[in-house]
Ligand binder design. Structure first.
Ligand code: GDP
Length: 366
């Protein structure tokens, strides 16, 4: 049996198989006298925190350990996919610790978005999910929008405690932490520290705060119901908005259908004529047709005109979800794909999404 090697930076057992998993080092690195994992290597040389993911069990064990510490928790969500990027059961894991809820990727929201309305909705949605955040922020880790304000709020709210950053994969956690390192460290090279999560074998790298405390990154949990798990990397790029979403307005008559590539479909059942405003990636093709033609069109055009997916043979097993929208102005949300704002009240909507992808409704956020 070969001897287990531990990372000289964070102490994690080194493995050479899975690049995305914790403790990875390329096989060539094992020949060196001092072995460090890829994550520590990138941190040390580039001041950059790369992505890593953990199995669900390891992640849950890690989250539970946060509840046993005295800390401020920063919960990062993707504002474009709020429910899809929510960590189930987070309120139980954080225990008595305060949580700041941070909506990332605010740069993709249309300028017409009312930030207060959005924050109010985030507040309500998180309460329904069992979490009572102390405060809510909207940021863009990519553009730096809102980062300074958040950094000073973290300083105020942590009251001398450590800070843990949690989030599902793809919410932009690495981008955020790297931006925060820039904000906190400026030009100088930060001396990063390591710490062990209580009750786990995992060591974590911390960004030092000025009072000897640290801000800890945690690996992202993979949420299996995100659209991202049903398509490949290039297709994901098509459906993930990169810049400000330009809403597309459709005036629909009863029994008309909109396809979103081949990934989702909305049938407007009635009543009357009304507007549906689509907030999806500008690069996603939307096709309008009559409901009576929709099944045939889908069967013929999936992977051809209706892309993504580009694979004609893939069976996404579209599942039907019926909604009766009693309230005025509601959003039908396809987890990871965006949302369709339905104007007026009393609309009957039939939505289709791949099996496992969540479809939900909420009061319009714009
Ligand atoms: P992680 O898995 O949570 O660490 O996420 P990453 O930091 O790797 O980001 C996931 C994807 O989201 C990448 O394609 C990023 O470019 C993108 N991203 C991260 N932050 C932002 C942001 O503020 N705005 C936009 N538009 N995209 C972002």
């Amino acid at each position: 049996m070969t001897e287990q090697i531990f990372c000289a930076g964070c102490g994690i057992p080194i493995q050479t198989e899975d690049k995305q998993a914790i403790g990875y080092a390329p096989p060539s690195a094992l020949k060196r006298d001092v072995v460090i994992c890829q994550r520590c290597f990138r941190l040390k040389h580039y001041n950059e925190v790369p992505d890593i993911s953990l199995s669900d069990d390891a992640f849950i064990q890690l989250l539970q350990s946060i509840g046993e510490t005295e800390a401020l928790v920063i919960n990062l969500v993707d504002i474009f996919d709020f429910n899809g990027s929510w960590i189930p059961g987070l309120h139980r894991f954080v225990g008595h610790n305060d949580v700041l809820l941070v909506g990332n990727k605010a740069d993709v929201l249309p300028h017409s978005t009312n930030p207060d309305k959005l924050k109010n909705w985030m507040h309500q949605a998180s309460r329904e999910l069992g979490l009572r955040p102390l405060d809510i922020f909207l940021i863009s880790a990519e553009t730096g929008m809102g980062i300074d304000e958040l950094a000073s709020a973290i300083e105020d709210y942590r009251k001398g405690k450590d800070v843990y950053i949690v989030g599902a994969t793809n919410v932009g956690k690495s981008t955020f932490i790297n931006k925060l390192i820039d904000t906190l460290g400026g030009e100088q090279h930060l001396k990063l520290t390591t710490s062990q999560f209580p009750g786990t074998t995992l060591n974590f790298i911390g960004i030092p705060l000025d009072d000897g405390r640290s801000l800890y990154d945690t690996p992202g949990i993979i949420n299996h119901h995100q659209m991202a798990h049903y398509i490949d990397y290039d297709e994901l790029k098509t459906i993930t908005p990169k810049k400000e979403i330009k809403p597309k307005v459709y005036q629909l008559n009863e029994k008309q259908t909109l396809f979103f590539g081949g990934l989702a479909r909305i049938d407007y059942m009635g009543s009357g004529r009304r507007s549906l405003i689509c907030y999806v990636s500008n690069a996603l093709y939307i096709h309008r047709t009559k409901q009576e033609n929709a099944d045939r069109l889908y069967a013929e055009q999936i992977g051809e005109m209706l892309v993504p997916p580009h694979d004609k043979t893939v069976d996404l097993e579209l599942v039907q979800h019926d909604f009766s929208l009693k309230q005025e102005n509601m959003d039908v949300v396809f987890s990871g794909l965006g949302w369709i704002s339905v104007k007026g009240h009393g609309a009957q909507i039939r939505a289709y999404a791949p099996k496992g992808v969540r479809v939900s409704v909420r009061p319009s956020i714009i």
